[in-house]
Design a binder for this molecule. Sequence first.
Ligand code: CO
Length: 134
Amino acid sequence: MIGRLNHVAIAVPDLAAASATYRTILGAKVSEPVPMPAHGVTTVFVTLPNTKVELLHPLGDASPIAGFLAKNPSGGIHHVCYEVEDILAARDALKAAGLRVLGDGQPKIGAHDKPVLFLHPKDLHGTLVELEQA
Ligand code: CO
């Protein structure tokens, strides 16, 4: 069912410092910060040959990653994103297998203008998983 690893998302307390680390020290291709008010984050995209890393920083008062950074003040891996061909079919199959879909269960338009869903980390061995329709 799952396909390519679309991205690994890392929540960071200092977006400029994290961008500089990836650009200058790790030598990666790093975007400018992209504010995403609908998702409560500012994102920097790090493009690698085989996947992406997304550096996330809270935006606004009700950011979904604020609590994560409060618990992980140095930052940390927040979620991984796998591609699926048909997000509704994937959702229905995973729900039938007992996995919990976060929110209202309806796909939302994600950072790449494609439908995404999140799955409960307790059902996936401690990792928040995002599914994106490729
Ligand atoms: Co993501």
